[in-house]
Design a protein around this ligand. Structure first.
Ligand SMILES: Nc1ncnc2c1ncn2[C@@H]1O[C@H](COP(=O)(O)OP(=O)(O)OP(=O)(O)O)[C@@H](O)[C@H]1O
Length: 273
């Protein structure tokens, strides 16, 4: 984890060395709409952090703000800071493309490009002007994504010809080929059947040996199975709007078995009753 953002902003305080991403989100807007407020989350190195909460509470918005993916939405604006490797990814001189190279992302719908399996994985490497052993890096990424054995004899086949679960593992291979530090996963199993879901969950547990992972999930059992830490978000409707906010974050066992906040208790008992 020796990556740097190749930028020159002041070091940020208030984040412990165990933390890969320290989000200090005051407000996130889409235009005039206050979508999220008061959400400070630490994504710890080498762990899986799960984001849970009711629909519209801002889980995906917060996740996407961690690697500036939301910059692609013109109405998006953020007040606060997102510290990564001691620097603020929203700092003045920071190139969002560089941020996304360090903090990769996997989406809800598997979205391989219409190109060969090999080229899907090589895509980011070529984009970054990688000059090393591209065959070796593609194989390594496919092996890490637990897909190599299934595709090694058909690397020239179109990525779209794979099953949904294989496509998602291909997208994970694509995301890790450039060796990011953190992998963000936005409901990566919601389009998959239970067997493919299990494979991705096992893969996540493998990946955390090499990467820090944050995952949005609607599936409480999935959070329990894979997440070391869980962040619970809710929606505040008191001002007539629907603004998401972080209720509490802690060890997954503590959140599910002994939540500190009444809102968490109510949500979880509703989920399980
Ligand atoms: N591009 C956008 N433009 C405007 N509003 C948006 C945009 N994306 C999300 N929102 C709004 O921001 C709020 C938070 O949405 P977000 O998708 O982050 O929530 P979520 O908790 O991930 O929801 P879900 O579980 O349903 O996916 C919602 O009110 C949503 O309608």
């Amino acid at each position: 984890m020796s990556a740097t953002l190749e930028m020159n902003t002041a070091q940020t305080a208030d984040v412990s060395p165990e933390v890969a991403i320290g989000a200090r989100i005051e407000k996130i807007f889409y235009g005039d709409f206050l979508a999220v407020r008061d959400s400070d989350v630490d994504i710890e190195k080498g762990k899986i952090t799960g984001f849970i909460g009711p629909s519209g509470c801002g889980k995906s918005t917060v996740l996407r703000s961690l690697n500036r993916m939301n910059d692609l939405i013109p109405s998006f604006s953020l007040e606060g800071h997102v510290h990564f490797l001691g620097q603020d990814v929203y700092g003045k001189n920071v190139d969002p493309v560089v941020v996304r190279r360090h903090i990769g992302m996997v989406f809800q719908q598997p979205n391989p490009f219409s190109m060969s399996i090999f080229e899907n994985v090589a895509f980011g490497l070529r984009l970054n002007g990688f000059k090393g052993d591209i065959n070796g890096r593609v194989e390594k990424a496919l092996r890490r994504a637990a897909l190599w054995n299934e595709v090694k004899d058909k690397l020239k086949q179109n990525g779209l010809s794979l099953s949904g679960g294989q496509q998602q593992r291909l997208c994970i291979a694509r995301a890790i080929a450039t060796e990011p530090t953190v992998l963000l996963m936005d409901e990566p199993c919601s389009a998959l059947d239970p067997i493919a879901t299990r494979q991705i969950e096992e893969l996540m547990l493998e990946l955390k040996n090499d990467y820090t992972v944050a995952i949005v999930t609607h599936n409480m059992q999935q959070a329990i199975r894979v997440a070391d830490k869980t962040a619970f978000f809710s929606v505040d409707m008191s001002q007539g709007g629907r603004t998401g906010f972080l209720v509490e974050v802690g060890a997954t066992k503590q959140i599910f078995e002994n939540p500190k906040q009444q809102l968490t208790k109510e949500y979880l008992s509703g989920e399980f009753s």
